[in-house]
Design a protein around this ligand. Structure first.
Ligand SMILES: N[C@@H](CCC(=O)N[C@@H](CS)C(=O)NCC(=O)O)C(=O)O
Length: 385
């Protein structure tokens, strides 16, 4: 009975049906919820649309739009749902092919920006197309309260943002619903889209950057650049883990906390992790030595937003990055690597955070400063090999 219901997902193509089922299965596994529970007509699935009364559904949609958790006052990030991989193997479900994939991003989002940064560093602009949503969350649909990423109606509506080039969609939500009609969770960016199968390949940035790094080398201008080299993998994995916990997600845990305890804990760990980076970067140019790796890109996207946004908006104001000599110069060093500065749009970054979280900043005013010039000289060449 369960699988009869699944086969009823409308699609022109059986491959597409199978891929969507795989995606949904992975998603519910990530939620630690048996997949079948969510599709059985009478199952006790908390996310099942049918049977959910309209108030509950409206609240659910409003809640997923701000990433709230049910924990007392703490922010908990939900796992990404689409986790397929593009492979250089031509027989894979998602083979690496020029022109086949599209990356949807927001310039505001650090997770999406790290994908764009790797795309640029690898020289994949002519192989994987990308487009940018509007900076501020807006209502995504009539009938519920969800707010999220939307496309502009024209190229001139907001500098840097473009209408959806593939389907003329109004929102990122529409694309999730196109890929998976029963999808009922976060409509996040980045989205790596397959134009051929009309579905989402993957919406988890840590995995997208790995695919860009290794699977498109037959077409990449900078195929020789390896941001995850074999001999550094265990070191990179270890660094990624504490930087994600303490810094990348730490700023969100600080800023989205709704109680003093979770805030205190997150912000303390955040500055401990920043101190640790400052110490490491006093001894070497990049986190793993003289080689730029994905760990640096992952740290950079948080550092570049820190003084302009997180210090004020997320209450991460114990210190600014510019007060850490090594971290500040390191941020400038990475910003100045060819391709990287084009992934940093401070108007979108500030415009998004300060205007999209009214429970943190009810007036939506965007602060004037500090207006740091990341293209000014840095001292990192002192570590050059
Ligand atoms: N794990 C994801 C997280 C992505 C994420 O949280 N993106 C945020 C923007 S910074 C988003 O799109 N939020 C909108 C929403 O959840 O509705 C990744 O790293 O790719």
């Amino acid at each position: 009975m369960i699988f009869q219901a699944l086969v009823a997902i409308p699609s022109a193509d059986s491959d597409v049906v199978q891929l969507r089922l795989d995606h949904m299965r992975t998603y519910y596994e990530l939620l630690n919820m048996p997949f079948e529970m969510c599709y059985a007509a009478e199952g006790p699935c908390p996310r099942k649309r049918e049977g959910r009364d309209s108030l509950e559904k409206t609240q659910h949609m409003a809640q997923i739009s701000v990433g709230e958790s049910k924990e007392p006052g703490a922010f908990i990030r939900t796992p990404s749902a689409f986790r397929s991989f593009i492979s250089r193997d031509p027989n894979a479900s998602f083979p690496a092919e020029p022109g086949r994939y599209h990356l949807y991003i927001s310039y505001a989002c650090p997770w999406a920006s790290r994908c764009l940064a790797v795309l640029k560093l690898k020289g994949l602009e002519d192989v994987i197309s990308f487009s940018v949503v509007r900076s501020k969350y807006e209502k995504t649909k009539d009938g519920d309260d969800h707010k999220g990423w939307v496309f502009p109606a024209s190229d001139t509506e907001e500098s840097g943002a473009q209408p959806d080039p593939l389907y003329g969609a109004k929102s990122i939500r529409e694309l999730y619903e196109l890929a998976s009609p029963n999808y009922d969770a976060r409509f996040s960016v980045p989205v790596l889209w397959d134009k051929k199968l009309k579905t989402i390949v993957n919406n988890e940035s840590s995995e997208i950057i790995r695919m860009f790094n290794s699977e498109f080398n037959d077409f990449a201008v900078n195929a020789g650049l390896d941001l995850y080299p074999l001999h550094l993998r265990s070191e990179i994995d270890e660094i990624n883990e504490w930087i994600y916990e303490g810094i990348n997600n730490g700023v969100y845990k600080s800023g989205f906390a709704k109680k003093q305890g979770p805030y205190d804990e997150a912000v303390t760990k955040l500055f401990e992790a920043l101190d640790r980076c400052e110490d490491i970067l006093g001894k070497k140019r990049y986190l793993c030595g003289s080689t730029l790796t994905e760990a640096d890109i992952r740290l950079f996207v948080t550092l570049i937003r820190f003084d302009e946004v997180y210090v004020v908006h997320f209450k991460c104001n114990k210190k600014m990055v510019l007060e850490y000599p090594n971290l500040f110069n390191y941020t400038k060093d990475i910003f100045q690597i060819p391709g990287v500065s084009s992934t940093v749009n401070m108007e979108h970054i500030k415009g998004h955070y300060y205007r999209s979280h009214p429970w943190i900043n009810p007036t939506g005013l965007v602060p004037i400063g500090p207006g740091i010039d990341y293209s000014s000289p840095h001292d990192r060449a002192r570590f050059s090999t």
